[in-house]
Write a protein that binds this ligand. Structure first.
Ligand SMILES: Nc1ncnc2c1ncn2[C@@H]1O[C@H](COP(=O)(O)OP(=O)(O)O)[C@@H](O)[C@H]1O
Ligand SMILES: [Mg+2]
Length: 217
């Protein structure tokens, strides 16, 4: 479903990715681990079309994304890719429901239908009662679940998560990790998760180790 071929990326004289090839299968939960500075975030950003590689190709759902212009890429990203970051990055002035709704409205779905879908997604994540609350009225774990609901609202091909539990305490961390696997079971959702959490990495189907911009296993 995702194919990366010979991806390289440098920032100035620093070569951050040195020829990464990777396939992700539909319905797979893949983890990417490695020391700080190894290039994990850069790889995830390239996989998510937020950044372009210097060389190599990214193919998602049969589309070679390097061939898309910026406008096509934004539309493609909106429909095919969901993101969850370490810090929820919810918009503080909007409610949980509105935060989840926004990507659906951007996708051009009618407001009524999108609102219904957003409520269902929040309910699926156990947040039905929190829909009208703003981020500062939610716990850290709840905010991260709202961020997951936002990532899922357009039923993307893949959810890319960059240290999603990095700012959570142990209990909320474990809840979030379990949630990824529940969503895979219930929705067939594919996940690529960058993590420092060994427990999470062990739960995933496969772990890619990145060191100095190279896959070492
Ligand atoms: N936009 C950028 N400009 C310059 N250097 C960057 C940029 N993004 C990342 N880097 C550098 O690339 C290296 C890899 O970064 P990153 O992909 O964030 O690693 P990781 O997520 O594994 O910690 C680091 O040395 C980082 O400082
Ligand atoms: Mg990182």
């Amino acid at each position: 479903m995702i194919q990366l071929r010979d991806i390289t990326k440098s920032f100035g004289s620093l070569q951050v990715l040195r020829g990464i090839s990777l396939d992700v299968e539909r319905g797979e939960v893949l983890s990417i681990v490695g020391p700080s500075g190894a290039g994990k975030t850069t790889l995830l950003q390239i996989m998510g079309t937020l950044d372009r590689p210097d060389t190599g190709t990214v193919t998602i759902d049969g589309t070679q994304v390097g061939r898309l212009n910026e406008r096509e890429l934004a539309a493609f990203r909106n429909r095919h890719i969901g993101f969850v970051f370490q810090f929820h990055q919810l918009l503080p002035e909007f409610t949980a429901l509105e935060n989840v709704l926004i990507p659906a409205l951007i996708a051009g779905r009618p407001r009524r239908e999108a609102t219904q879908a957003a409520r269902e997604m929040l309910a699926l994540l156990g947040l039905a009662e929190r829909a009208e609350h703003k981020p500062n009225e939610l716990s850290g774990g709840e905010k991260q679940r709202v961020a997951v609901a936002r990532a899922l609202i357009n039923r993307p091909s893949v959810v890319l998560a960059d240290e999603p539990s990095g700012s959570l305490d142990t209990r909320h961390k474990e809840e979030l990790h379990q949630l990824f696997f529940d969503l895979r079971r219930e929705l067939g959702q594919t996940f690529v998760i960058v993590t420092h959490d060994e427990g999470l990495a062990r739960m995933t189907d496969r772990t890619v180790h990145l060191v100095d911009g190279m896959k070492v296993g």
